[in-house]
Design a protein around this ligand. Structure first.
Ligand SMILES: [Zn+2]
Length: 426
């Protein structure tokens, strides 16, 4: 069978609608994938899991001193509201939240440059702030052409307690600071909800070594306002094409195909899979992820969270086959990272656009910047590599995640604050 990128592109159009974690549209996309799977002659199924979120009933922010102006805001999902009627608090810009920025903050609402990790979040809680604001976009964005990104507060942070947490346009924050806003009124009325999200799963049993498992992964959810075709409808249709290939050319080892839900709110789909299939993980030799592809402008990359020897192997393969592929040993913010954190060698193939060449996490992630031709290249690279290891005589990859990658994983998952401190002191 020959890779058919036009077919991939058509499927990409079909799932190219906003499909956020736990939404009806995410389920609709899962069902479209299931239909495609059965049209290939395979059997797929859904595995559902809980995706905590929030229902926002009211969200207002108004500067009350030294001028009066209301701004548009987007509360963080899974944060907490104010009391009915809202709160009035002093407003302070704490830049990066260094220790000297954190004095005398009790009862104040703060603006911060970065999304705090759990260590900084705890410091903010200890300082007794009333709430905090983070920024979305740039200081020059036009309101009618952009959306405020909707974030979700992570459990690593909320273990230290919850406070009202808001995202705002950087342009508006800039306006507030430039005009010396000093007091604000915030009212957030919101409710915790538990949505249901799902992974789509297909298994092709190995003909020779059925007990050894290699899995493909691609997340198929999107962020709000984004049709998520580049990120990551593209990866979703690439692994669908690979399912066709391996259905026609039965693999020597068992191959699982997973389309993960709710990646965008914190890798919930892959984490749920890992948790629900603990026994199976012993047989899991490698996870091959595809996240972000199809951009007309771009470069092919492989980010390998495994031994250096796998990095070298892929690099040599690319040179021998003539693939313009940049290979690096690193982690990648996607489902492959959740697998690596469980000790399973993982890698992500992607096609990365130069800055401004294609867009993720905004309303500009649309088909216009993508092509079937670009999808084809990432598909072929992923196929060539994966086929060589799935059908290898002796499996060539050691089941090990090296220490330098473990350290990056710990940082990524915000684990072990002691380690973080020592690396900062260097
Ligand atoms: Zn993605």
């Amino acid at each position: 069978m020959k890779i058919n990128a036009e077919r991939e592109f058509e499927l990409l159009k079909k799932i190219g609608f906003v499909r956020t974690s736990g939404s009806e549209e995410e389920l609709k996309a899962a069902n479209i994938l299931l239909e495609e799977i059965s049209s290939i002659g395979c059997e797929g199924h859904l595995e559902s899991f809980k995706a905590p979120s929030s229902v926002i009933k009211k969200a207002t922010l108004k500067v009350v001193e030294p001028f009066e102006k209301e701004y548009e805001i987007a509360p963080y999902n899974c944060s907490i509201g104010t009391s009915e009627g809202g709160i009035t608090a002093d407003f302070v810009y704490i830049e990066d939240g260094l220790d000297v920025n954190l004095v005398d903050l009790k009862g104040k609402f703060v603006l911060i440059n970065t999304r705090p990790n759990s260590k900084l979040y705890k410091k903010l809680m200890d300082a007794g702030i009333a709430g905090y604001i983070t920024m979305s976009g740039t200081a020059m964005d036009e309101e009618d052409k952009t959306d405020i990104s909707i974030a979700r507060i992570r459990e690593k942070n909320t273990q230290h307690g919850r406070i009202p947490t808001i995202n705002m346009r950087m342009k508006d924050c800039f306006h507030m600071i430039k005009n010396k806003a000093s007091k604000i009124h915030v009212e957030l009325i919101m409710e915790d909800v538990e949505l249901t999200s799902q992974n789509v799963v297909v298994t092709l049993e190995g003909t020779k070594y059925p007990e050894e498992i290699i899995s493909f992964g691609a997340h198929y959810d999107s962020v709000p306002y984004s049709t998520g075709v580049y990120d990551n409808g593209a990866g979703s249709v690439i692994i669908m094409e690979l399912l066709r290939h391996f259905k026609e050319n039965p693999p020597m080892r068992t191959v699982k195909f997973m389309w993960y839900g709710s990646e965008e709110v914190g890798l919930l789909g892959s984490k749920a899979y890992l948790k629900d299939h603990e026994e199976e993980l012993k047989k899991h030799l490698l996870m091959i992820n595809v996240d972000v592809a199809g951009s007309i402008l771009g470069k092919e990359m492989a980010l390998v969270t495994a031994e250096q020897s796998l990095v070298d192997y892929i690099d040599q393969m690319a040179k021998i086959k003539g693939f313009p592929l940049k290979v690096e040993q690193d982690i990648y913010s996607s489902d492959s990272t959740a697998f690596a954190d469980e000790g399973i060698p993982s890698l992500t193939f992607c096609r990365f656009a130069p800055q401004g060449g294609a867009f993720i996490h905004t309303r500009n992630d649309v088909m216009e910047y993508l092509s079937a031709e670009a999808l084809e290249l990432t598909t072929i690279i992923t196929k060539e590599f994966s086929e060589s290891v799935i059908n290898s005589v002796a499996f060539p990859i050691e089941k090990k995640v090296p220490d330098n990658m473990k350290k990056k994983l710990d940082e990524y998952f915000d684990k072990d604050p002691k380690k973080e401190e020592t690396s900062e002191k260097k």
